[in-house]
Design a protein around this ligand. Structure first.
Ligand code: C5P
Length: 226
């Protein structure tokens, strides 16, 4: 068994809608590495708390919920997006909604909630390598990652991408409403006291505004394979 610190990690951090999810999945596939979607963990805890009728502002209850929620990732039978199973229920679709994102962002500002999810995240670091997608992958969870990327895009462009995604799923959203939600979530994520959203000092910053997915993938892969 090799020591975890020998396992290469590519940390991909950035705000919501910067393309992290899509890019991380494609890059992990190209490298043949594992993938950690850390946002899904915060979404899953928020979702489990909602299902249990808990008060999302009750830090002790949220910490307990983060410690006890069973979260599993399962490859989809049809080759589609990885399924996220929360306490035995396939919650993949519910977790992608803006409501789940807002709940995740609210509980993610609570230190004991973040603490409860650390070991789970570290456990993803296995050979041949890990692509870790989140907000604090390069700064807090894998500060020793040899490869770090910080993806950004303008709030208007990110709202447009999210609008397209949600419309395709038949959800009833407006572009202006989404942009306001994205900006509110960004400012909460960036201004919180613990693990705020910020680029690691040694991260390569990539502004994806106006870039194609293929171009961003190529740019990120070049960080690992120059
Ligand atoms: O990336 P995603 O939009 O799924 O993340 C949902 C929320 O979870 C973010 O807005 C952020 O508040 C929180 N999060 C976090 N740290 C991470 C990943 C997500 O605080 N590593």
């Amino acid at each position: 068994m090799s020591h975890a610190s020998n396992v290469p990690v590519l940390a991909i951090d950035g705000p919501s809608g910067s393309g992290k999810g899509t890019i991380s999945a494609l890059v992990a596939e190209r490298l043949g590495w594992r993938l950690l979607d850390s946002g899904a963990l915060y979404r899953a805890v928020g979702y489990a708390a909602g299902m249990a009728g808990l008060d999302l502002s009750d830090m002790d209850a949220m910490a307990r919920c983060a410690q006890t929620t069973k979260i599993q990732f399962r490859a989809a039978a049809d080759g589609g997006p990885t399924r996220v199973i929360v306490n035995g229920h396939d919650a993949t679709d519910e977790l992608r909604t803006e409501t789940a994102g807002a709940a995740a962002s609210a509980i993610a500002s609570m230190p004991p909630v973040r603490e409860a999810l650390v070991a789970l995240q570290l456990g993803f670091r296995k050979m041949p390598g890990l692509v870790a997608d989140g907000r604090d992958m390069g700064t807090v969870i894998f500060p020793d990652a040899p490869y770090k990327v910080f993806l950004t895009a303008s709030a208007a462009e990110r709202a447009k991408r999210r609008y397209k995604q949600l419309k395709e799923k038949g959800l009833n959203v407006t572009l202006g409403g989404l942009q306001r939600e994205i900006e509110a979530r960004d400012s909460r994520d960036a201004s919180r006291a613990v693990a705020p959203l910020k680029p690691a000092a040694d991260a390569v910053q990539v502004d994806t505004t106006g870039m194609s997915i293929d171009d961003v993938v190529a740019k990120v892969l070049a960080v690992v394979q120059p």
